[in-house]
Design a protein around this ligand. Sequence first.
Ligand code: COA
Length: 260
Amino acid sequence: MTESNVLLVERQDRVATITVNRPDKMNALNVEVRRALVSALGELRQDDEVRVVVITGAGEKAFIAGSDIGEFKGARPVDQYRKMVEGDIYSAVERFPKPVIAMINGFCLGGGCELAMACDIRIAGDKAKLGQPETNLGIIPGGGGTQRLPRLVRQGIAMRLIYTGEIIDAAYALEIGLVDQVVPQDALKEEALGLAAKIAQKSPASLQAAKECVRAAWRMPLDEGLQYEKVWFGLLFSTDDMDEGVAAFLEKRRPEFKGT
Ligand code: COA
């Protein structure tokens, strides 16, 4: 595994935890972090031992407090555009063929909130603070915030958060559906890794199919999505894991999925 100081990757059993490691800068996303994250995901997708990924931030204050604002000063439009396309961590997470959980351990702002929204499930510590404060800088969310936020929360709430840049607490984020679970900060790691371990026991092909189909619901009309789901459903009947799952049920034992 390619190692980088700004990004740590740890594996335990079938779960890989990616930690953005710039705690003195609230884990802000600079070019180096973006490149390292895209590269780490590229390696983890090939690794059959890894079935679920958890993304978090180093330290106790921040998940990720957004893009590195220091890199904005003097940036030319074309360079900024290239940076967003080449370091498109949001699409890399969304298209990653295994479940990805955001473990939100503090400030989750701007590009951090956008990265969390690209993940499949968001679990936050009760001290977490979330928001899209880009209008304070005279810009808008550029990592998918204008698109994913209104798909997760009511449009008026998305508009309000983006217009005002308000920073909200974890309890309100749960109420509006921006996060899926809030747990005491000191139980966050155990809860998030526990969920990851539970998911990691399933057949990887069924997890990939589930992710692909649920993601398709964001972009496809219902009738196309229903067709798409049927194709994936049928495809899974070609896996050994499906034979194993059915046999285990009929034999009243736990399935042992091998990922084939
Ligand atoms: N980009 C670059 N550096 C950042 C950063 C970001 N998005 N967020 C925080 N930092 C840096 C600060 O500049 C500071 O660095 P320094 O010690 O070298 O001066 C360090 O992280 C600690 O942040 P600080 O502001 O002192 O902590 P705080 O507890 O007072 O405030 C925040 C925390 C997150 C509320 C505040 O840092 C903030 O508003 N950050 C910017 C959030 C944002 O606008 N994100 C969207 C960017 S598009």
